[in-house]
Design a protein around this ligand. Sequence first.
Ligand SMILES: Cc1[nH+]cc(COP(=O)(O)O)c(CN[C@@H](CCC(=O)O)C(=O)O)c1O
Length: 399
Amino acid sequence: SSWWKNVEPAPKDPILGVTEAFLADPSPDKVNVGVGAYRDDNGKPVVLDCVREAERRIAGTSFMEYLPMGGSVKMVEETLKLAYGDNSEFIKDKRIAAVQSLSGTGACRLFADFQTRFNPGSQIYIPVPTWSNHHNIWRDAQVPQKTYHYYHPETKGLDFKGLMDDVKNAPEGSFFLLHACAHNPTGVDPTEEQWREISQLFKAKNHFAFFDMAYQGFASGDPARDAKSIRIFLEDGHHIGISQSYAKNMGLYGQRVGCLSVLCENEKQAVTVKSQLQQLARPMYSNPPLHGAQIVSTILGDPELKSLWLKEVKIMADRIIGMRTTLRESLEKLGSPLSWEHVTKQIGMFCYSGLTPEQVDRLTSEYHIYMTRNGRISMAGVTTGNVGYLANAIHEVTK
Ligand SMILES: Cc1[nH+]cc(COP(=O)(O)O)c(CN[C@@H](CCC(=O)O)C(=O)O)c1O
């Protein structure tokens, strides 16, 4: 008898399933604004010049040895500077336990497993809505999930009051998942002033903040600016966790390069925590991939390549910001009865359009336009070539 006759088909992934459907569509008009992967104005994936140059420099220069369980020390060092600041006292005092991770997903999962092992019984408060895979990650790590108000459908902005009430009403010392910038899927971020209030309330409640920063540099075009929420929490003395990823801001999607860091009380605790993070990684994947880490270390370790990267990440962010304006203006020119102000007010890779699942289904069936059913538009998929077609289709299904 078959060993696996009880296995049921897994549900289609709400995001990656859209990519599969798009690829299967033979229509020449098809448009993919589903997965959050950057495309240039010709709709093509981009390999940054700084990445190509880094590859040239590392080609044939090193062996293919195992990295340590904690990954590339150099890459992690450079990565911490991006999140905590070049002159961070926490880096100087060696208070940060950090390991290279399998991109942002891997950093979130490693943290979730660490949380359940060393804070058994703790829960995680996850924003509504959030990146769909967050639920899978903490579910598989056996961390019970709670939710907190985040998005305000009527204003298509932040439900700040709802968020603060949930933070206030959560039990002392609760774990919260926060998007550091460019919230996925809503594109709605707290203002700097709101972040300060959130940080103060977290302090009063002794909550733990875990920041998922998957888009640093992609929101405003300036990595330092996009880390403002984290810097505020650090200034207020929070011992936070951070997941970092180079998938989008360096275009290293398939290289799976990221970093998990946990700010500890002191160097001794950081050494201890790092040893346990490595202990979790060893049976999961043993040690992380080499190539992407070498690319990142080469870029961030060379002032010339780093400034080229900063230029290129700003170009990507600016193209997206430009498409927001064009899409909104196109919809307004078509005489849409709806307000599309949120398209330009939201930030980062995604626009939370407000389209209903039924309207999204019509966009796909009638116009071969692919987006997640929550109405999230990956603005990176919008180009000067397809923005008119997209706006017209959205107008047709919403008028
Ligand atoms: C908030 C967030 N956190 C972590 C990740 C993980 O990225 P990575 O570094 O590659 O593991 C993503 C990618 N989410 C986009 C990419 C596709 C995916 O779902 O994964 C997306 O939402 O389209 C996020 O949007």
